[in-house]
Design a protein around this ligand. Structure first.
Ligand code: UD1
Ligand code: MG
Length: 466
């Protein structure tokens, strides 16, 4: 998957070398046209920055520094202490951005991996390959992650031979011959902490954009006679940058495609895979069937042999073995569907446990409820869980039968094996084995309707005659 040129000889990997990551995220992100920081835009329900930090976490970094400029309050809130924030203000280029991490990394002598917050899908495997190369026998000063895109666009070019970099040049500064070079800079780099800031201090801004280019540390090190290396990934998707809503949608689509393929490879049937949308943390078992147009929000676990019928929306739920859901079901956070339970069309659940084999097949709302084993919830049953101020709990016992169109006014307990008659509005607890019927007494008048029709027809006819 990862092509490294030239084929490496003896890599002197030092697995004990501590790691720091520096994530650049100070750019304005103008093209997103958003009040939300670019790196906090979600892909599969998770901010892109968190996708990146999760991959980096596989390498157990000692330090994580995020360089922030615009919208740094949002980053602080989202990170909640998970990384140190270094402020870059004003933004004078990628090299200047990395310099802002110097104080946070004072005295750190291990490896530094420089990542971009808007390039969220770099694999841990690729990061590892860069660090291994940094400890190669020729002792490179800098390792650059290169790639060969179909279209070289405005990417900086890596002028290299046999994996050794002769020059880094930005598109805007490049000659025609340099622009013809297809090897591009992803932006990601690996450098030793003991060397990084010394190299950066020697970078100037005499270039087409008047910026301090991170890429120039390669040119500075080359000037010292040091080797700089390029590791080339053949997966252009992993170094895809996200700068606009269009690119965000492309990144989402690629992520979903991979996730769908993984679900199928793990033994799930996706009837129309392109219409199923997973969240970053969806767990799907074997022999699961997911029909068309199913959407998963975060926090869903689907056990083996579950069937999810078309047009269901599932978020924050645990579906145990053999459960059946939908079509047109909505499962909200805190829902647990125990083995063999079923919910059918137009059923909504929130913070509810549906016991083993229990059923709610039609048009029902179950909120803040605990439904016992094998209970049957009739069509149109509503748990009235909210009084306008507080939420209240409904507890339904095992094998209870709730007749159609019942309102269960919480807090309330329905006992085991109890029957609630259809159309009841129940506001007091029902004991085990009890029948509760809450309806007005029926008034029966045989023949009344016939007499009524006759009288009215006559009246209408008389009126027509004048
Ligand atoms: C950079 C690289 C280029 C590479 C390209 C890949 C340099 C000089 N150029 O160019 O070789 O092909 O990325 O996408 O490094 N940032 C800051 N502070 C700044 C400027 C940028 O934090 O002052 C951050 C941005 O938020 C972004 C990243 O650095 O995450 C890259 O910035 P961007 O302006 O996109 O760099 P490019 O010009 O595209
Ligand atoms: Mg860019």
């Amino acid at each position: 998957m990862l092509a490294i040129a030239p084929p490496m000889t003896t890599a002197m990997t030092d697995p004990a070398s501590p790691l720091a990551i520096v994530v650049l995220a100070a750019g304005k992100g103008t093209r997103m046209k958003s009040d939300l920081h670019k790196v906090l835009h979600p892909i599969a329900g998770r901010p892109m920055l968190m996708h990146l930090l999760a991959s980096a976490a596989e390498l157990a970094p000692q330090h994580q520094v995020v360089v922030a400029g615009h919208g740094r309050d949002q980053l602080e809130k989202a990170l909640a202490g998970a990384a140190t924030i270094a402020v870059q203000d004003p933004q004078l280029g990628t090299g200047h951005a990395v310099q802002q991490a110097e104080a946070a990394l004072a005295g750190f002598e291990g490896d530094v991996l420089i990542l971009y917050g808007d390039v969220p899908f770099v694999r841990a495997e690729t990061m590892r390959a860069m660090l291994e190369r940094l400890h190669g026998a020729d002792n490179p000063a800098v390792v650059v992650l290169g790639f060969e895109p179909a279209d070289t666009l405005q990417y900086g070019r890596v002028i290299a031979q046999n994996g050794v970099v002769a020059k880094m040049v930005e598109h805007k500064d490049a000659s025609e011959a340099e622009r013809a070079c297809r090897l591009c800079n992803s932006g990601l780099m690996a450098v030793r902490g003991s060397e990084l800031f010394g190299l950066l201090a020697r970078v100037g801004n005499d270039n087409a954009q008047g910026e301090y280019y991170l890429t120039d540390i390669v040119n500075v090190a080359n000037g010292d006679g040091r080797v700089c290396a390029v590791v080339v990934t053949d997966d252009a998707d992993e170094v895809m940058g996200i700068n606009s809503r269009g690119e965000l949608a492309i990144a989402e689509a690629r992520w979903q495609d991979k996730r769908r393929a993984a679900a199928m490879a793990d033994g799930a049937t996706l009837v129309a895979p392109e219409t199923v949308w997973f969240a970053w943390d969806t767990k799907v078992g074997r022999d699961v069937t997911i029909e068309q147009n199913v959407v998963f929000g975060p926090g869903v676990t689907v056990a083996d042999k579950v069937v999810i019928h078309a047009f269901s929306h599932i978020e924050g739920g645990s579906l145990h073995e053999g459960v059946s859901v939908g079509p047109f079901a909505r499962i909200r956070p805190g829902s647990v569907l125990e083995e063999g339970s079923r919910i059918g069309n137009f059923v909504e659940m929130k913070a509810t446990r549906l016991g083993k084999g229990a059923k709610a097949n039609h048009l029902t709302y179950l909120g803040d409820a605990d439904v016992g084993e094998s209970a049957n919830i009739g069509a149109g049953t509503i748990t009235c869980n909210y009084d306008g101020y507080f939420k209240h709990k409904t507890v339904i016992g095992a094998r209870a039968f709730i007749g159609s169109n019942s309102s269960l006014i919480a807090p309330i307990k329905i006992g085991a094996d109890a029957i609630v008659a259809a159309g009841s509005a129940v506001s007091r607890d029902v004991s085990d084995g009890e029948l509760r019927l809450v309806r007005a007494e029926q008034l029966i008048k045989p023949g009344w309707a016939d007499q009524f029709h006759d009288a009215m027809k006559k009246k209408k006819a008389d009126k027509a005659k004048g």
